[in-house]
Design a binder for this molecule. Structure first.
Ligand SMILES: *[C@@H]1O[C@H](CO)[C@@H](O)[C@H](O)[C@H]1NC(C)=O
Ligand SMILES: *[C@@H]1O[C@H](CO)[C@@H](O)[C@H](O)[C@H]1NC(C)=O
Ligand SMILES: *[C@@H]1O[C@H](CO)[C@@H](O)[C@H](O)[C@H]1NC(C)=O
Ligand SMILES: *[C@@H]1O[C@H](CO)[C@@H](O)[C@H](O)[C@H]1NC(C)=O
Length: 447
């Protein structure tokens, strides 16, 4: 292209841009006088949000994943807040803890995976290791039982990719995250959940229709489950590695047992048990660490905790242990602590902590995030509850759990017989109290 040919359009563009800038400046000065105050503006936005949330909550069954524009959010502070993890540049969509208790992995729409150290939650600085999701972004993520690989579903490809955690071979021993294999695309609807059995034998993917696929580790499908729940809202693998479970538009949670024969080859999936008692669709559910307890939260406005340690093979149903009301209607998330003592229910930007032993609410936190919460999960030790909303993750101390521990020990102490036993319990009570005090006034204790 010759110079004159190029410069002609350039002049035109410059003139046009100039005109637009001029027009904009004029308009601004005209409207400045009529601009409402920031406060009025925010109030209007709030009303608009309330309305749009109300109309949305009626039709949506899936847990909230949309982000609603909110007025400027005041950063969340609370004595229960241990730290805020910042690094992602877009919305966080999934997270998981490594079974060895060391790591938290987060996946975001910014196409990155970030690996955080749980040990550093109590420190000021939080380093992360970044892994890129090539040509795609991860929507759901789960750690392998050996804590050395990750299973992730992909947004664009709607398939599963395995990532490996490796060591840099430069002698620094720094961890790296890299994509290893991508399984063939098999789901017709978006994947809404992934998991790996703790036996290391199979992988589960669940999609928004009624399909659950069980895969071997090479990416071959072992079997397909039709959940008959109209629309799946949640699909998970139990920590014991035996069950897959799903919830959806129907009011039940269904669990299947995945069987392998003695030679280690897949044989079948068999219906195990159902959680029956909700009156409407179930948004979300969770297991405790030995899969003997489950928690669920439903469109009927309640959360429930269940005893799933039953002889389901003899036709026994899980028993309802506890139930409570959810603070406000709409899509909700639920997390059950590893010891099954604490239930956390997240709705929009609030979290309620419940004592599962007596159904009492212990804490209600509001405006935890600027955006609707996307994930809620207890860490492996049960010391932290993490929640994500927008680009950030908060780690909260499990104060409810510590309090429940203190109460339980005090109860034991009341009924204990024998001076040795009493002495030991007294010691445990004072240790538990001390741990609680350390959390609530961290200035006294710097790790
Ligand atoms: C290893 O990681 C640390 C901290 O994450 C970083 O400071 C250091 O530069 C890394 N070393 C190499 C060789 O990448
Ligand atoms: C529920 O499933 C039907 C078809 O089975 C589908 O058309 C609809 O979009 C689904 N709704 C949601 C909220 O996923
Ligand atoms: C579950 O958590 C409890 C307490 O948090 C712990 O003592 C127990 O070992 C864990 N069990 C499993 C199977 O991980
Ligand atoms: C909270 O953390 C304490 C200390 O690690 C633990 O003993 C307790 O079981 C935890 N509570 C819950 C509900 O996980």
């Amino acid at each position: 292209m010759s110079e004159s040919e190029a410069s002609l359009p350039l002049i035109a563009v410059t003139a046009a841009v100039g005109a637009i800038v001029l027009l904009f400046t004029l308009l601004c000065s005209v409207f400045r006088r009529e601009k409402p105050t920031q406060e009025e503006n925010d109030k209007d936005k709030q009303t608009a949000n309330a309305v749009s949330e109300k109309s949305n909550s009626n039709k949506k069954v899936k847990p909230v994943t949309k982000s609603i524009k909110k007025p400027a959010h005041i950063p969340f502070t609370h004595e229960w807040l241990s730290c805020t993890l910042k690094g992602h540049s877009s919305r966080i969509v999934s997270l998981d803890f490594s079974p060895n208790g060391k790591y938290l992995i987060t996946a975001s729409e910014d196409r990155a995976l970030m690996l955080w150290s749980v040990k550093e939650f109590r420190q000021k600085e939080h380093k992360y290791i970044r892994g890129n999701v090539e040509f795609d972004s991860a929507t759901h993520i789960a750690f392998s039982p050996d804590s050395r690989a990750l299973v992730a579903s992909l947004a664009n490809e709607n398939a599963v990719r395995i990532f490996r955690l490796g060591k840099k071979d430069d002698g620094s021993h720094n961890v790296t995250i890299s994509g290893a294999v991508t399984f063939p695309q098999k789901h017709k609807h978006d994947i809404i959940g992934v998991g790996i059995s703790s036996s290391g034998k199979w992988i589960m993917t669940c999609s928004g229709d009624t399909t659950i696929l069980i895969w071997d580790l090479k990416g071959e499908i072992l079997t397909t489950i039709d959940t008959h729940q109209v629309n799946n809202s949640c699909g998970k693998v139990s920590p014991c590695g035996r069950f897959v479970a799903s919830s959806g538009f129907t009011s039940d949670v269904k669990a299947w047992e995945v069987h392998f024969d003695k030679s280690g080859t897949f044989s079948k999936v068999k219906r195990a048990f159902e959680l029956k008692g909700h009156l409407a669709g179930v948004y979300d559910f969770d297991f405790n660490n030995d899969s003997r307890r489950m928690a669920s939260v439903s469109k009927d406005g309640t959360w429930k905790v269940w005893d799933t340690d039953v002889r389901y093979d003899m036709g026994q149903d899980p028993k309802l242990l506890c139930s409570g009301q959810v603070s406000n209607p709409g899509p909700a998330l639920v997390a059950l602590s590893p010891d099954g003592r604490t239930v956390a229910v997240g709705v929009d930007t609030s979290i309620a902590f419940w004592d599962a032993a007596n159904g009492q609410q212990d804490q209600f936190l509001e405006n935890v995030h600027a955006d609707s919460m996307s994930c809620l999960k207890f860490d492996i030790s049960g010391r932290y509850l993490v929640c994500s909303g927008g680009k950030h993750v908060h780690a909260l101390h499990n104060v409810t759990g510590y309090r429940a521990t203190v109460a339980e020990l005090e109860e034991k102490l009341r009924t204990a017989s024998g001076p040795g036993m009493k002495e030991r319990l007294k010691q445990q009570v004072s240790e538990a109290r001390e741990a609680l005090e350390n959390i609530l006034s961290p200035s006294k204790d710097s790790p």
